[in-house]
Ligand binder design. Structure first.
Ligand code: BGP
Length: 473
């Protein structure tokens, strides 16, 4: 038997990509609401194009998305039918604190998630909650500059205290920040950073990183104080960086690239800034004002487990002329040994085994794969049914690799939640067209569609995988 009996099989979503109802229930505006679909999306997500209100001329698919806000009972019932043991979702910060700095939380928002968690438990589904998934109140960005400002730590502490208190007994697994390393790659989306002309962007990104790292450690402390049963994880956009050739220059470059991302987890899992980061800060003249109290908080509150998303490996070369391709935001050298998805994301199941081993070797903490999947422009038949053999193939190969890491390499793995278990809006495109789900949702990028949910072929396949605890693939 390769997977433990209590292995947490399931699926993952994020509030802003599936809930819709973006102005209902007292919800305030967040950074993710002002990232349009289309050509302006990347400049906005990068913090280069200031856009702090949704552009009223245009429809953003995320405003309505699949309207899970009103359909969650139906959706969770379908997850239950697939046999999910866990469901990863995120809290929209602005449903709880619409501006982010109020004294009292919004009861309507708290009640919404309470009902949702109770619904999960009806089916024996353990919620796995991302506290912030690319989610920062616009008001905090306008007034304080987002995570550049140390005051954000206090607003976050207040948020988590409310959540841990209210959902005690309902939620045990928490992730503090989705893909925390996205601060470096998509700073507005990741941390609400907007850059002014001439600003030292590297400094601002690492300042924001420091504040999020302290906030994450504080959340870990508070979670354990409120309920010792709570398990707190960090979350990394992972994927090993291969050297393009065996030239030592390429190998060294790949190590440096990996460190850019490991940096966050090094702090969250080991409790202190690594030596290479201190040297980097000296070279770049980055002064972070790390207090004695900060050091203690980091040291005393390391995470209980390490979670990560994996879509692809990455590849790098010291030679800048080699062709690049897209890969979940990280521009990477095209690896000639790999096929790619419609969006150019390269497909590398063995890379998942490599990544699991690399993370386990480095941290020796339990791991959790909380995102993995294939984005595709699925074509339903007249009944809304999608025969998605390509998705089954992708998932099967990745689950095989994960199984090998557990069975043959001894990696300790808590669970697996595939990304976008029900179709939702894509983070990188802002569109519905790029689908990941086991469940097709009739909704297009112009807002048309009945919202009808239909299981795809992969729905029935995944159900068997879970029922056999990964034996039938
Ligand atoms: C991760 C994000 C998710 C999700 C996923 C797939 O980086 O955490 O929110 O969207 O990538 O990416 P996309 O939707 O761009 O295909």
């Amino acid at each position: 038997m390769s997977f433990p009996e209590n292995f947490l099989w399931g699926g993952a979503t994020a509030a802003n990509q599936c809930e819709g109802a973006y102005r209902e229930g007292g919800r305030g505006l967040a950074n993710v609401d002002v990232c349009p679909a289309g050509k302006d999306r990347f400049p906005v997500c990068l913090g280069k194009l200031k856009m702090l209100e949704p552009d009223s001329e245009h429809y953003y698919p995320a405003m309505e998305s699949i309207d899970m806000y009103h359909h969650f009972r139906e959706d969770i019932a379908m997850f239950g039918e697939m046999g999910f043991k866990t469901y990863r979702l995120s809290i929209a910060w602005t449903r709880i604190f619409p501006n982010g700095d109020e004294e009292e939380p919004n009861e309507e928002g708290l009640k919404f998630y309470e009902d949702l968690f109770k619904e999960c438990h009806k089916y024996g589904i353990e919620p796995l909650v991302t506290i912030t998934h690319f989610d920062c109140p616009i008001y905090l960005i306008k007034k304080y500059g987002g995570w550049k400002n140390r005051k954000m730590i206090d607003f976050y502490k207040k948020l988590v205290t409310v959540l841990f208190t209210r959902y005690k007994g309902l939620v045990k697994y928490w992730l503090t920040f989705n893909e925390i390393n996205m601060i470096l790659h998509l700073p507005f989306m990741g941390a609400g950073l907007v850059f002014e002309e001439g600003e030292n962007e590297t400094l601002s990104k690492y300042l924001a990183a420091h504040h999020e790292l302290i906030a994450s450690a504080e959340a870990t402390r508070i979670a354990h104080e409120i309920d010792p049963e709570n398990k707190i994880g960090c979350m990394l956009a992972a994927g090993m960086t291969y050297p393009y050739t065996c030239s030592p220059e390429d190998v060294w470059k790949s190590m440096q690239k990996d460190r850019e991302n490991y940096f966050f987890i090094d702090v969250q899992a080991r409790g202190e800034y690594p030596a290479y980061a201190k040297k980097f800060f000296e070279r770049e003249k980055i002064e972070l004002d790390i207090t004695e109290k900060d050091r203690n908080v980091l040291r005393e509150n390391t995470v209980d487990f390490i979670s990560f998303s994996y879509y692809s490996s990455r590849c790098t070369s010291a030679d800048n002329t080699i062709e690049k391709t897209d890969g979940n935001v990280f521009a990477t050298v095209k690896n000639p040994y790999l096929k790619a998805s419609e969006w150019g994301w390269q497909i590398d199941p063995l890379g998942l085994r490599c990544t699991l081993n690399a993370l386990y070797d480095r941290y020796q903490k339990p791991l959790f794969i909380v995102e993995n999947g294939l984005g595709s422009s699925d074509e339903p038949d007249e009944n809304g049914y999608v025969e998605d053999d390509y998705r089954i193939e992708y998932l099967r190969e990745h689950i095989k690799a994960m199984k090998a890491a557990v069975e043959e390499d001894g990696v300790e793995l808590l669970g697996y939640t595939s990304w976008g278990c029900i179709d939702l809006v894509s983070a990188s495109t802002g569109e519905m067209k790029k689908r990941y789900g086991f469940i097709y949702v009739d909704k297009d990028d112009e807002g048309n569609g009945t919202l009808k949910r239909t299981p795809k072929k992969s729905f029935y396949w995944y159900k068997k995988v879970i029922a056999s605890n990964g034996e039938i693939l």
